[in-house]
Design a protein around this ligand. Structure first.
Ligand code: SF4
Length: 212
């Protein structure tokens, strides 16, 4: 495991130095440029020079649909962001993948404490309280569908279904950083996100006893 630097900016600097130039669907240049990984060879990219433009680029997919999950593998292509400095690159990354560097730094400091799926559902209140009725097999299937890197989400999952009960419906590379390629900065998931909690609701509702 990498040593934990003092700040996310120093972490980013050491990633660039060590050749960790790939985060999510973004390629980082030592000249503080960012582009879609699939656009490495293109010379017809639309130039942006403000790190804040990352917010606009990340908002919609190529079809113009809003991207509620910034770590979904549907970042649009065709842009080049010249962030101008390490500080600018850090800011742009914060718009593309909010809190990603901070979470990794916490993980490196052994201060990121994942919350099991059951614990996240157990603390739901109001209209999401019912999600506690979802069965383990249903929850496992839901996570496999929503969190898969193939069309779902690019984060590496650090939580279990319940304490001592790991997820079994996703590949090991999705559940551990041990297989992380050396050129990658990881995107981590320390607990179930609101989108998956919301998706659990109709499934759990179906488990209510039928009324005569
Ligand atoms: S629960 Fe985590 S891995 Fe799954 S979709 Fe949400 S953020 Fe991604």
């Amino acid at each position: 495991m990498m040593e934990a630097p003092a700040t996310t900016r120093l972490l980013l600097a050491s990633c660039l130095e060590q050749g960790r130039h790939h985060i999510g669907q973004i390629l980082l240049g030592v000249d503080f440029t960012l582009r879609h990984v699939a656009d490495d060879d293109r010379d017809d990219l639309v130039l942006h020079t403000s790190p804040a433009d990352a917010r606009v680029i990340a908002r919609y997919d190529a079809e113009g649909n809003f991207r509620p999950l910034k770590t979904a593998p549907n970042l649009k292509r065709g842009w080049l962001l010249e962030a101008g400095s390490l500080e600018g690159m850090e800011l742009a990354l914060e718009f593309f993948y909010p809190a990603a560097l901070g979470m990794w730094l916490s993980h490196l400091r052994v201060k990121l404490h994942p919350t099991a799926l059951r614990e996240t559902l157990d603390r739901q209140t109001g209209m999401y309280r019912i999600t506690q009725l979802i069965r383990d097999d249903q929850a496992s299937e839901l996570v496999a569908r929503c969190c898969t890197s193939e069309g779902g989400c690019l984060r590496t999952i650090l939580w279990d279904l319940a304490p001592g009960h790991p997820i079994t419906t996703l590949p090991s590379s999705k559940l551990s950083l041990e297989e992380l390629p050396s050129n990658r900065i990881p995107l981590l998931c320390s607990e179930l996100c609101n989108l998956v909690v919301a998706a659990a609701r109709p499934i759990a509702k179906g488990n209510l006893p039928k009324k005569d």
